[in-house]
Write a protein that binds this ligand. Sequence first.
Ligand code: CTP
Ligand code: CA
Length: 224
Amino acid sequence: TVAAVRRRDLAGRSVVVSAGGTREHLDPVRFLGNASSGRQGVEIARAAALRGARVTLVAAHVEVGLPSGVRLVRAHTTGELADAMTAAAADADVIVMAAAPADFTPAAASDVKIKKSGDNGLDLHLVQTTDILAGLSAHRARAQVVVGFAAETASDRDDLLALGRAKLARKGCDLLVLNNVSGGAVFGQPSNDVVILDADGVVCTVSGEKSVVAHRILDAVAGR
Ligand code: CTP
Ligand code: CA
């Protein structure tokens, strides 16, 4: 890692990283969100910049400090994230989808605050958002490296790897960073415990600070 930073092994490369969770508005004051802190994606952006890359960080809702020396683009919803990533991907050598986009969005958001009606509950009708990673993978230029993430609630390592292999194939990305979120242990934490997969199987297993994991992910990218 120190050697990679010293060598600036990503100099001249353009790296686009998404981070954080998107929010889908139900009305002007309420949204559907998720537990992503954005920390792992932010660490990847920071690490890539340290290694000499030109970095664009497409940040959704991020609960940690943002790195300096990167171009910052903000996105609130999965739709905005899709637009920002598509635009930034055009001249990217590496695309890392570390963000946690909401999978569902209200079929229709209300322009006014939704009021309670008597003692009744509320039924929400949600529709699926677009799969940004699958789209970026399908349309990538030949030499682009596309990295996806998968947070799974798996019962054991075999189960985790099976879910990861299926997701890698479905998304069509080059590398998949897989972690087991059973119990919600990783969200917002400084450490992470991941398996990096490619189409041939396990590339490596890494556990440690998210900054260390970030460099190992970039090592796997640089290896391609
Ligand atoms: N992803 C994306 N666009 C979406 C949803 C997810 O680009 N609308 C990306 C994430 O950023 C991540 C990868 O796809 O890199 C896997 O996300 P994940 O939530 O694990 O996969 P899903 O396809 O949404 O499947 P599910 O949540 O049903 O397991
Ligand atoms: Ca999802």
